[in-house]
Write a protein of this length. Structure first.
Length: 124
């Protein structure tokens, strides 16, 4: 299930020294937040992983799927009521033909929400 332009939208992107930084807006009215959790919505960890996977595909201009989660640390919750925009720093490196190592940090100005290390593959 794609989340881009539904749960989140890319507000901006810029190349960094090592990769790409994305500015994202969250859709606080999305149905995911009605179920997770009613009255106190937070962004599910699986959605954060999917957002990073989709952004890595955007970096490469191709559709990727998650092959393996190497390491994920969720450090703080993302509530769309408290946080309207988040940033994501991505570094994407090819490790084999059509396979990529993706390292990401999801944060806002003063809070780091998650650090992820994933392996993704080109969807063929």
């Amino acid at each position: 299930m794609k989340l881009r332009d539904d749960l989140f939208k890319i507000k901006e992107s810029e190349k960094t020294e090592n990769g790409v930084r994305y500015g994202l807006t969250l859709n606080a009215d999305h149905s995911i937040y009605k179920a997770h959790f009613p009255g106190q919505p937070i962004t599910p960890g699986v959605c954060i992983i999917q957002i990073v996977t989709e952004l890595a595909g955007d970096v490469l201009n191709q559709e990727l799927f998650l092959k393996e989660i190497k390491n994920v640390k969720f450090l703080s919750v993302i509530s769309p009521e408290d946080v309207k925009t988040i940033s994501c720093d991505l570094v994407v490196k090819e490790i084999r033909e059509d396979q990529y190592k993706v390292q990401a940090t999801v944060f806002s100005e003063e809070i780091v929400y998650a650090k992820l290390s994933l392996q993704c593959q080109n969807r063929q």
